[in-house]
Structure formats: C-alpha cells, structure tokens
Design a protein around this ligand. Structure first.
Ligand SMILES: C[S@@+](CC[C@H](N)C(=O)[O-])C[C@H]1O[C@@H](n2cnc3c(N)ncnc32)[C@H](O)[C@@H]1O
Length: 339
C-alpha cells in the first residue's frame, strides 16, 4: 500500500521560519531542511538555547557502551566485546547484534546515569510540551524509561514497532541438547519506543500549549484518524542498508510515521541527538519538516552526509499488515476510510 501523499510529500504547511543557528563551530552539513553535525550530543544540547526544539526522535546507544570507539573496533574485527553474531538457522551469516543481557550491575548504573543526564539536557532543550520518541528494546526499556523520568521527562506511553528480530529465542547456553524445548528469553517480535514529554507549565492546557509553543500533542494521521501506538513495521530493507551500512539503521517506512506524529501542527524543529547514519533526518527531509542531528563518530557522520539525501528520496510503502490493522480499527469504530 503506498504511503499517503501528505506523508510522502510533506505536510502541506510551508515552513518559512529560518532555521535557528544551532550549528556553532561544529563540522556540519546542510541537506535540504536537515542539518547533521559532527558533535557529542551532551555538549551540543548543553550549548543550544533553552526551549529550542519542538521534538526529539532518536535511537540512542541503549547499552551505552556498544558505540564506544573500542567496541566499534571490536565489532569490525569480530573479536570479543559487546557485539555478538546471532546463531544462524538458515546457513546465512548474521550481522552482529549488541549483547545487552551482558550488562552487569555497574554497567546498569552507568546506563541509568547516562539517561538521567541526557534527559535533563533534553528537558532543557525542548519547548514545554515537546515530545521525545526514543527507541529501546524489551529487555532494557524499563531501566531507560525510568531514568528518563528521573531526569525530568513525563512518561506518556510507548509506541510498539512490531517487527521480527533475531533477539532472544536461544536455547540455554551450553546445554542446548539437554534442554531442547526451552528458550531462555522469548524471540523478540517488537521494539518499544518510549513516548515522553517535557511537562507543560503548571495549569497550561494542551490547547494553550499548542498556541504558545506549537507542542503538547501528537499529529493525527493524514486522514484525520488518531496516531496509533502500534505500528506494523519491517526489518530495514536491503536497499536502505545498501545506502547506509550502519548497524542500527531504522527503516524509512517507520521513521517517517513517527517523525510525522512528533510535530502536532506539522511544523517545527525535530532533533536526533544520536543521529547515526541519519534515518531520522532523512525521514524529516522526506516529509518536509526541519531537522537537526548530532553524530559523535566521524565515520557515521560522513555516512549520514551521504545517506540522508538518498534515503529521503526513496519512495516507501507500509508493511502489508498495517493495512489489516487499519481495517480492524475501522471495524471497531465504523468510521474512517482506507489510506
Ligand atoms: C543506535 S545508533 C543510531 C542509528 C540510527 N538509528 C540510524 O538509523 O542510523 C546510535 C548512534 O549514536 C552515536 N552516539 C553515541 N553516543 C553519542 C553522543 N554522545 N553524541 C552523539 N552521537 C552519539 C553512535 O555513534 C551511533 O551512531
């Protein structure tokens, strides 16, 4: 099913506001309405003026250490570290995945500190009512979301990206033949994205927040139905991975939907502080909204500069089952029409 024209071609609202100068002395590249910076986001977020961002859509280093330079090098050499090769069931080699269950108590404390510190900066940078959509996984989300709330964000729920992953489902390690009917964790079939918000000023209603800050709510689907918190998704298609060979590249079909929902009035500035190869920025560019992102690692920054225009130019389609979900919703309400 083709993506609706408004989602593909922009919101129809002409964005006349000049982008604020948030690039400072960082190496950066402008790609249409998007800007990618080669920067550490902790430093960058602490420099930008308060209340600068309308929304944050991001996919952070969940285990915190998997994107340390040492771990990126270990991943490249295939020796040791937090990245492991999942078992192959069909003879095809698998790409390495980070081993989050290997985090010990000290690393979990580090993870908590990381996200509390990050949330404080996000609260400072966001306009009141600005949303944060943040990728996680079913194993670590409880720690990550709790830390974000501790850092000052308000928890608003989760967006469930339904997608087949290679996580979990393994037989007990070292005793696979002894316990052939057991798996130690369920096979992952979803990715939880935390939905959080910078608290509204005391007694301010959502309507007042929308008028004052253009934030506070989520944008409805292009046909007027509410944005839904379950999204049938897909593994990142090969043609997107061929453009950006980043280990955590997210699919455009999903990213365009969440970037669209993050700006309730269809305009404003979306940030991705952990930009990677630029999937969020490409999604924003594709749907015609302004975005800015930071990536700390030089090779991924360079990758993003090249990938953003190419990912943004791709036409995308919804997962075929997304259509079934919409149909079920229509049966419940008796309203709506197919996209
Ligand atoms: C999970 S990946 C995001 C990938 C992204 N979803 C994509 O589609 O390309 C997280 C990224 O954050 C970067 N990163 C880690 N710490 C950072 C920091 N303090 N500031 C900016 N980028 C950082 C890593 O190098 C990595 O590329």
């Amino acid at each position: 099913m083709p993506i609706p024209a408004q989602l593909r071609e922009g919101t129809g609202i002409v964005q006349t506001l000049a982008p604020p100068a948030l690039t400072y002395d960082y190496q950066h590249s402008n790609i249409g309405n998007a800007v990618i910076l080669h920067a550490d986001c902790f430093e960058w977020l602490s420099r930008i003026p308060e209340d600068s961002l309308h929304a944050i859509v991001t996919d952070p280093p969940y285990g915190v250490k998997e994107y340390d330079l040492l771990q990126i090098e270990k991943r490249a050499s295939g020796i040791g570290g937090v990245w492991r090769i999942p078992p192959s069931f069909d003879g095809h080699p698998r790409a390495p995945l980070p081993r989050f269950t290997a985090l010990n108590a000290k690393e979990r404390a580090t993870l908590r500190d990381f996200f509390v510190r990050w949330a404080r900066l996000a609260v400072r940078s966001l306009r009141p009512g600005g949303h944060v959509c943040i990728a996680s996984n079913s194993f670590l989300s409880q720690f990550v979301f709790a830390a974000l709330v501790e850092g000052g964000l308000e928890f608003r729920g989760e967006i469930i990206r339904l997608v087949g992953t290679l996580r979990g489902g393994d037989k007990p390690k070292g005793a696979e033949e002894e316990f052939p009917d057991v798996c130690s964790l369920p096979r992952g079939r979803y990715e939880p994205w935390g939905l959080l918000r910078k608290p509204l000023p005391p007694r301010m209603t959502v309507a007042e927040c929308l008028r004052t800050w253009q934030t506070g709510g989520l944008r409805r689907l292009p046909d007027g139905r509410p944005f839904s918190d379950v999204i049938m998704s897909e593994r990142t298609p090969k043609r997107e991975r061929a453009i950006a060979d980043h280990p955590s590249l997210k699919p455009q079909s999903f990213m365009r939907q969440i970037v669209h929902c993050a700006l309730p009035l269809g305009y404003g500035l979306v940030a991705d502080p952990f930009a990677g190869s630029g999937a969020t920025l490409a999604a924003a560019e594709a749907i015609g909204v302004r975005a800015i992102g930071a990536e700390r690692y030089a090779d991924y920054y360079t990758m993003a500069c090249e990938a953003i225009p190419r990912l943004a130019a791709l036409p995308v389609t919804f997962h075929p089952q997304q259509q079934a979900l919409f149909a079920a919703e229509m049966d419940d309400t008796g309203e709506g029409e197919a996209l």
